[in-house]
Design a protein around this ligand. Structure first.
Ligand SMILES: [Fe+2]
Ligand SMILES: [Fe+2]
Length: 133
């Protein structure tokens, strides 16, 4: 059994149930990619990254933006731009994910991990503070 990279409760819970559930799912998916890599299931990891994680990132961003519009979050436009930029980055990473270059693949996966956890812990946290204030 591989130890998960992140402890969700300690670092990322925002206190908004519907959103927290989606973030838990995202972090679970990141841990799953990490587990596949650790088990040397590289092709499964690549496929899961592209067909499951990337797709769910898009879905989560759409749901989150809908929530932010509903609560009239003042920085919605800025937040949407950040999401759009990352979606583009994830699409741009796909050739690296699919390439046989192991180091490039790992780097792309690590960059994605870092971006997502930083986004939840810093940028998403700002709207939680607004909403819960
Ligand atoms: Fe989020
Ligand atoms: Fe976000």
């Amino acid at each position: 059994m591989t130890r998960p990279l992140f402890n969700f409760d300690a670092e990322f819970r925002l206190g908004i149930d519907a959103i927290d559930q989606e973030h838990v799912k995202l972090v679970d998916m990141l841990n799953q990619v990490h587990a596949f890599i650790s088990e040397a299931k590289r092709d499964v990891a690549r496929q899961y990254f592209i067909e499951t994680l990337t797709v769910y990132v898009d879905e989560h961003f759409a749901n989150e933006e809908e929530f932010l519009a509903r609560i009239a979050y003042p920085q919605l436009d800025e937040h949407k731009k950040v999401h759009a930029q990352f979606k583009k980055t994830m699409r741009d990473l796909q050739p690296l994910i699919q390439s046989s270059d192991e180091a490039a693949f790992r780097q792309a996966v690590n960059d994605t991990f870092t971006w997502i956890v930083t986004h939840i812990g810093k940028t998403d946290k700002k709207y939680a503070e607004f909403y819960l204030a």
